[in-house]
Design a protein around this ligand. Structure first.
Ligand code: APR
Length: 247
């Protein structure tokens, strides 16, 4: 039995399924990943662009970086991997889609109730009153944007290095991982914690772990099945097998 068949067997037996995604699921939509060749962090001072300290030191520079990402993302559309992961919300008895991505492409593909452990690039938050709002404009009318309520500068609604993840979201994701029959890990290097810890929670709770990634992630040793290739090609084939069609 090949790996795709094994993966479909495991998923066919699963009632509670968690999909956990990273930047790789959006790579075929033209969104750069973070690490590796051509990654966003390549040659860029992460600590100056994606930390609260970096923002405090030079908010305009950080906003220019996020504004560029927003404008690039605004031109990107979901790919076949996003479509499958959205469709699976109606395939399994219990399905939870957890993403590290801030791009919003899962929702654009029709996914509901996505757990965003690293926030969203389309949300901004006031640095004084804490008011959050959805800001889809790309380009922004002004950079940095300012709070319509108190006038103070807003910051990107993403989770930066050294910041806590949204507690309720992380709790919901951890609960889902702890009770999963299967976890599909798509397009993450699994090196950033606590998000990557969700894979360990699922594996130690006995879930079948299926990794979809051209390369082995840092947690590939926890995988029962490794599907080596692009998610946009492999997930539709896996979905076809689940639907009883040839892959
Ligand atoms: N299909 C599936 N996986 C892919 C594809 C593809 N088409 N292309 C690349 N990948 C894989 C890479 O092999 C790599 O393992 O996607 C992974 C991307 O890893 P990272 O760039 O490290 O992104 P991610 O794991 O999501 O990063 C985690 O780090 O920078 C922070 O907050 C940011 O959420 C992000 C977190």
């Amino acid at each position: 039995m090949n790996e795709l068949d094994r993966a479909s067997e495991l998923l066919r037996r699963a009632r509670r399924v968690v999909a956990f995604t990273g930047a790789g699921v959006s790579a075929e939509s033209g969104v750069p990943t973070f690490r590796g060749a051509g990654g966003l962090w390549e040659g860029r001072p992460v600590e100056e662009l994606a930390t609260p300290q970096g923002f405090a030191a030079d908010p305009v520079r950080v906003w220019r970086f996020y504004e560029q990402r927003r404008c690039n993302l605004a031109r990107c559309r979901p790919n076949a991997a996003h479509d499958v992961l959205a469709r699976w919300q109606d395939r399994f008895a219990a399905y939870t889609l957890v993403t590290q991505n801030v791009d919003g492409l899962h929702e654009e593909a029709g996914a509901r109730h996505v757990l965003h452990v690293h926030g969203s690039i389309w949300t901004v938050r006031c640095t004084r009153c804490g008011r959050e709002r959805h800001e889809p404009a790309a380009p922004l009318p002004e950079v940095p944007p300012h709070c319509p309520a108190c006038g103070a500068m807003e910051r990107p609604g993403v989770v930066w290095f050294g910041e806590m993840l949204p507690e309720a979201v992380l709790d919901a994701a951890s609960q889902a991982a702890a009770h999963a029959d299967a976890m599909v890990v798509v397009g993450t290097s699994a090196v950033v914690y606590p998000a990557a810890g969700l894979v360990q929670i699922a594996a130690s709770a006995g879930a079948a772990v299926i990794e979809v990634n051209p390369e082995a992630s840092a947690l590939a040793h926890l995988a029962d099945v490794e599907l080596r290739g692009p998610a946009g090609e492999l997930l539709p084939r896996l979905d076809a097998l689940l639907a009883g069609a040839p892959a």
